[in-house]
Design a protein around this ligand. Structure first.
Ligand code: NI
Length: 188
């Protein structure tokens, strides 16, 4: 199964708006499969089709359950990947039907590697979508799942988490990002 190339900021394709999927056909199913493999290979908790150069409204997520201190120490030494697939879900044509509350979380993105920033989001959201078989479903998400879902749906509208920051914070972060990318290039 081929891994997909993840576009990195400032690739202009990341600013494009993805299009509705009319039929969940074999091509869409293959895209979903490859996106899941790519997400795991890159150790991400979510991935949007826009990030892999596809303009289909498709996202995949596998957000780990929150760990409290006790289970965390019990899991010590074990691979965190053991949870892999537990919360795996694909959304085709996801639409946020309602949002409520507020939360702030330090987000990162596979398309903007090396930097993170606090982003304000809704705390709870209701999402309607089609599943991998093309069947409609809806779910209510909160916690990190809700945050990641909003982050991925933003990608489908050409919005990166850095676009959610104030101008000042954004320009500081981009400057840091460019420096990191430059150092990376020199290291190779
Ligand atoms: Ni992202």
């Amino acid at each position: 199964m081929p891994l997909l190339n993840i576009l990195k900021y400032p690739d202009p394709f990341l600013k494009t708006k993805a299009e509705q999927v009319n039929v969940v056909d074999d091509a869409v199913k293959a895209l979903i499969k490859n996106m899941i493999e790519t997400m795991y290979a890159e150790r991400g908790i979510g991935l949007a089709a826009t990030q892999v150069g596809s303009s289909k409204r498709v996202i995949v997520l596998d957000v780990p359950d929150p760990v409290n201190k006790e289970t965390e120490s019990a899991m010590e030494g074990k691979e965190r990947g053991s949870q892999r697939g537990k919360n795996l879900v694909a959304f085709v044509n996801p639409v946020i039907a309602s949002l409520s509350g507020e939360t702030t979380y330090e987000e990162g993105c596979l398309s903007v590697p090396g930097v993170t920033a606090d982003v304000d989001r809704a705390a709870t959201i209701k999402v309607k979508a089609l599943d991998r078989e093309g069947n409609p479903f809806e779910l209510t998400a909160d916690g990190l799942f809700a945050i990641a879902l909003q982050h991925e749906i933003d990608h489908l509208d050409g919005i990166l988490f850095i676009d959610r920051l104030s101008r000042l914070k954004r320009s500081l972060l981009i400057r840091r990002y460019k420096k990191i990318m430059q150092e990376k290039e020199h290291a190779l």
